[in-house]
Design a protein around this ligand. Structure first.
Ligand code: FES
Length: 147
C-alpha cells in the first residue's frame, strides 16, 4: 500500500511516534493481538492518586497504521481520568487521525483493545471498578499466542 494513502497526521505519528517504550513501574499493562493480521500491541499506563493517567507507553509489532493509532491514542488518554479514557474508541482514534484506509481500521482496534486491557489490569490490581469496563471481556486477548 502506497504511503500516499495516508494523511499528514497519520504520517507524522508514524514517522515520529509519541510515547513509544515501556514503563518499568507501570500501574497497568495490557496486550492485544489483532485477529485480522496477527500483529501485537502492548500498552502500559501510570495512574496517580486522583485516578488521572499520567503516562502511557506502547510497543507494537504492528504496521505503520498501528504505530500511528497507538501514538495518537496515548496522547488522547494521558492527562485524562481513567473513566474518561475509557470513552475512547477505535473510531475516535481514527477520527483524531483524520481517517485511515478501510483495510487499516483493524490496526486502530488493536490500540483501543490494548488500552482497555491496560486499564482493566490497573483496575484489577487496585480494586477499582469503572462504568466503561462494564462490557469489557478480559478473556478476549485477540490473537495473542499462549505465553
Ligand atoms: Fe497488523 Fe496493521 S496490519 S497492525
Amino acid at each position: 500500500m502506497g504511503l500516499g494513502l495516508y494523511n499528514e497526521t497519520v504520517m507524522d505519528h508514524f514517522m515520529n511516534p509519541r510515547n513509544v517504550g515501556e514503563i518499568p513501574d507501570a500501574d497497568g499493562t495490557g496486550t492485544y493481538g489483532s485477529p485480522v493480521c496477527g500483529d501485537m500491541m502492548q500498552v502500559q499506563i501510570k495512574v496517580d492518586e486522583n485516578d488521572i493517567i499520567t503516562d502511557c507507553k506502547f510497543q507494537t509489532f504492528g504496521c505503520g497504521s498501528a504505530i500511528a493509532s497507538s501514538s495518537m491514542a496515548t496522547t488522547m488518554i494521558i492527562g485524562k481520568p481513567v473513566e474518561e479514557a475509557l470513552e475512547i474508541t477505535n473510531k475516535s482514534i481514527v477520527d483524531e487521525l483524520g481517517g485511515l484506509p478501510a483495510v487499516k481500521i483493524h490496526c486502530s482496534v488493536m490500540a483501543d483493545r490494548a488500552i482497555k486491557h491496560a486499564i482493566y489490569d490497573y483496575a484489577q490490581k487496585h480494586g477499582k471498578t469503572y462504568k466503561g469496563l462494564k462490557d469489557f471481556d478480559p478473556t478476549d486477548k485477540g490473537d495473542e499466542p499462549e505465553a
